[in-house]
Design a protein around this ligand. Structure first.
Ligand SMILES: [Zn+2]
Ligand SMILES: [Zn+2]
Length: 236
């Protein structure tokens, strides 16, 4: 799909990638992510590097370009905003490996995998930030002032992380990946209990009628802070 130049809603982001304006990209990522932190900054930096290296000028969210993320931590929000591959447009593929890494690939499988070397980034954290992190986040007993000071330090750190040489914070290699087929378009059926529409393959049958997963009380997949898991509803 080709869009006219002025019809690209990601123009500002893609211009910033090619202008090397990482601070601007980090500010934009903050709109999605809600705070500034070193891992979302690394996602921004990795996303911009991969977009440039693969020469992607426009990511339309139509699955021509896909991002395979290996973590659901802050890093992946930076990746989503910069690459335009998101949870909702099916161009984001989540592999629950628990590694701070991602691959950007074209539909033909040609891609770039970037993984983070956390030690280099952790070394940038000041003793004060480490101490506050322990008190505010780990022990949850910091004062309001501690919390404010920590987010100021985090913000300062996240913009500094952008300036570190890519080769010091990342392992970068060319890869060939199996890109999943385009997302299929499924028909909807109506749940015979709650009346809501359900994507057909997610519906179950009960007494010969379609029923949605929550009404059926059957197992379902959930993506939460812990990653992907199968949830078994309590017996009714
Ligand atoms: Zn974060
Ligand atoms: Zn239902």
């Amino acid at each position: 799909m080709t869009l006219r130049k002025d019809e690209n809603p990601r123009r500002e982001i893609e211009d910033a990638i090619y202008a090397g304006d990482l601070p601007k990209l980090l500010r934009i990522s903050g709109m999605l992510h809600g705070h500034y932190c070193s891992f979302s900054a690394l996602g921004v930096k990795a996303g911009a590097r991969a977009m440039k290296e693969l020469g992607i000028r426009q990511s339309t969210g139509m699955e021509e370009v896909v991002a395979i993320v290996e973590t659901n931590n802050c890093f992946s929000d930076g990746v989503q905003i910069v690459t335009g591959c998101s949870f909702g447009n099916n161009a984001l593929i989540y592999r629950d490996y628990g590694k701070t890494a991602f691959t950007l690939a074209r539909r033909n499988g040609q891609g770039l995998r970037i993984s983070v070397r956390p030690d280099r980034v952790m070394a940038e954290r000041s003793p004060e930030a480490n101490e506050l992190w322990e008190r505010v986040v780990v022990q949850r007993r910091g004062s309001e002032a501690d919390g404010k000071r920590l987010s100021a330090l985090w913000k300062e750190l996240s913009f500094r992380v952008l300036t570190l040489p890519d080769e010091e914070v990342f392992d970068i290699r060319k890869v060939n990946v199996d890109v999943p087929a385009y997302a299929r378009i499924f028909a909807s059926v109506k749940c015979s209990v709650c009346g809501e529409d359900v994507m057909e393959p997610r519906a179950r049958m009960k007494d010969g009628k379609p029923i949605c997963l929550p009404c059926s009380h059957q197992e379902y997949y959930q993506l939460a802070g812990d990653g992907l898991s199968i949830i078994t509803p309590r017996a009714q």
